[in-house]
Design a protein around this ligand. Sequence first.
Ligand code: PEP
Ligand code: MG
Length: 583
Amino acid sequence: MNSPQSPAPVSFSSMLCLRGHGVVKGYAIGRAVVMGAAALEVVHYRIQPEAVEEECERLRNALAQARNELQHMVAHLPEDAPREMGALLTVHSLLLDDRMLVESTCDLIVERHYNAEWALTTQGQILGEQFAAMEDEYLRERGSDIRQVIERVLRVLSGSPVALPTFESSYSGELIVVARDISPADMLRLRGARFGAFITDLGGATSHTAIVARSMNVPAVVGMGNVRSLIRDGDLLIVDGMSGAVLVNPPQFVLDEYVRRQAAYADDRAELGRLRDAESVTLDGVTVKLEANIELPEEAEAALAAGADGIGLFRSEFLFMGRRDLPSEEEQYEAYSSVVRAMQGRPVTIRTLDIGADKTLDGDATVATNPALGLRAIRYCLAHPELFQTQLRALLRASAHGKVRILVPMIAHLHEVHAVREAIAAAGRELDARGTDYDHSIEVGAMVEIPAIAIAIEPFIERLDFLSIGTNDLIQYTLAIDRADTDVSDLYDPMHPAVLRLISHTLNSAERWGKPVAVCGEMAGDSRVTRMLLGLGLREFSMHPQQLLDVKKEVRQSHTNALRVKVASALNRAERIDLDSLN
Ligand code: PEP
Ligand code: MG
């Protein structure tokens, strides 16, 4: 990244320091381009009863035009467009067909005589509130898709073109996009322009801004509140994707410091790239497996590019989301086997559907009293045997093409393990009857993400082939902290001694039984805690492909024996581990 060209000197007293969530690492220094208010000014009026049909037709035409625009974009995606872009635009075009959007909006026109724009924004608010109340962070973020799609239709209704910032500027340094939120379609347009970072009012770690910025390797800070009211076009900005800090109009000495950090970071990344083919071995000769977490089959390529030893977690639920029908056995088989083939003999661990009562599938509209403790993951699958059998058959069929392991989320009871084994056997019998090939000794493992299983782990280890610790949920359930609730996010503490003792107990028990165990929660990809996890005895990490080389670097500089001693002594006293003391 370039430093800005001759930034205008600004006084220290004018510097503003803002903070959000850094979701893509890196530094950017450049001038702000503030995107206009995403919500359009909407005219509100009541139509005559006899004009109802005409107004509905006006709405349908606008929806059709918006859909055509999106489909045209999908069909003309530039070759170097990020992989997610096509899928995201397709999701938007599918939303334009959604009953909840189209029919419910027409109902408002028919019943309340609202004009199309008013009906659309009203229905958008209703859907937005429903999404905002969802427990699952990913699904909650999908509320922004609805908003973006509605804004596109409103623009069509108003006859105005999509408003995006203009980049005709005499400034030759980097430009930093400051927006309320950025839709995938906006991202596509922004790609061609010179820009060095995104900062947005809205969004979390799984927002589109984060997903696409991550794949484009552009620093991003999201969830900044009301950043657009504080930054003006042309302000000089420093964006720190690591800490989530955004400095507005910094003085020269701060600027100099960040130019230095930016250069050092670029050197670090270049050096890290050289580690791709280096062995993941500690200083005392212990080999550490580094695998990748993926959500979509296409991400297998990024895993390979990062030098992953395999796929440690394929979150299969992403195949089921953003659609009204369930993926067929054939569709799932294609998706799973494409990953298996892409990984060229490396193991692929596919997690069975982790969906909950709050994450409804195909009109399945039950709402649990407490979704995080409700009919989620394996509980949901065992309650829906047909859906589970379809997935298991697809998984088994994929195992004919390479090493596949089945990972089961949210296991808490032994009878669930038995039920899963029986379900896999039933799926196998069905394939035998068809004469279809599959791995008859496929390995079956469980996520350790409920404290109960971590505490009484031995019988589970005995009956399973491997374990994978899901720290994201293990922390949530151990500390009674809703992982998606920002009001208590400061209490979400991966370093709590109780959490570490559960991880330690799981690792030690699995070691005694000689069964493999990985960590696939976010902790595995956080290079600040790599040494501590090594000290706890972890030898298998699974993370986002982008984090893999950072973790490998730590592994190669660690000495496991020394770390084990230090970590054990803190754990015995149930004390917090001082990460600095492990360096
Ligand atoms: C976890 O809980 O740590 C995990 C990896 O699963 P998810 O984040 O998909 O719940
Ligand atoms: Mg989990």
